[in-house]
Design a protein around this ligand. Structure first.
Ligand code: ADE
Length: 217
């Protein structure tokens, strides 16, 4: 069995604790299907204060992540997994789609996700980057949430992560059209007058399947 390695380079490792240690992502690690490691960018900082950022050349607001700590952190991650691909979340990247998640999961190559912070990063880092991606047309405070989006969307497609009929196979004929499942209901049948659609209680499997079809897209 192949274990996909996903390494995350960040100044805020604690942001990943809840996400990586809960629910399906935790189970995926527990089953040995994926291995996450969170690398603290600060340990590659320069000088006695482990400096990672500096003001931008040409002036401007805020601080910019320096290329040297970033490239050292990437080299450290590459040493753990030589063939890993380096991903950089940035609002300037191409929008990450379901088809990208499938491609990454199917490649079985490890990932190194570099999370920028502050006002930005030294553009020279892109020489170490294989893919820049955006998760949508809005600006976040850093790359951690986009990193979580990438690793979550990829991990759930690794065979064995989801069980049974929930498997990613069901979606395999789709490209970027994400299949949206029909709405679901569980007990009670009647909650303060709000009723479960009667067809679901009818026991008529043909009609139930038809209802599910009609309410999926
Ligand atoms: N960093 C800040 N905003 C982002 C976005 N929308 N997508 C990816 N990285 C980002």
């Amino acid at each position: 069995m192949n274990t996909m390695k996903i390494q995350i380079i960040t100044l805020f490792p604690e942001m990943f604790e809840g996400v990586l240690n809960s629910s399906m992502l935790w189970k995926a690690q527990d089953r040995g299907l994926v291995e996450f490691s969170v690398i603290d960018l600060r340990q590659f900082g320069l000088g006695p204060r482990n400096q990672v950022d500096d003001p931008p050349y040409g002036g401007g607001d805020g601080m910019v992540l320096m290329v040297e700590p970033l490239s050292k952190a990437i080299a450290h991650a590459k040493a753990q997994d030589e063939t890993a691909k380096v991903y950089l979340p940035t609002p300037r990247g191409k929008t990450f789609k379901q088809s990208d998640a499938k491609r990454v999961a199917a490649s079985e190559e490890g990932l190194i996700i570099v999370c920028p912070r502050y006002e930005g990063y030294d553009e020279r880092i892109i020489d170490w980057v294989d893919e820049q991606y955006s998760i949508g047309n809005y600006v976040l405070t850093g790359g951690e949430i986009p990193a979580m989006v990438l690793l979550d969307s990829v991990t759930r497609l690794i065979p064995g992560v989801l069980g049974g009929e929930e498997s990613a196979e069901k979606e395999s004929f789709q490209q970027d059209d994400v299949s949206i499942e029909h709405p679901q209901y569980t007990r009670p049948e009647d909650f303060n007058g709000k009723k479960v659609p009667s067809v679901l209680l009818s026991g008529n499997h043909a009609r139930i399947e038809q209802w599910k079809d009609e309410n999926s897209r």
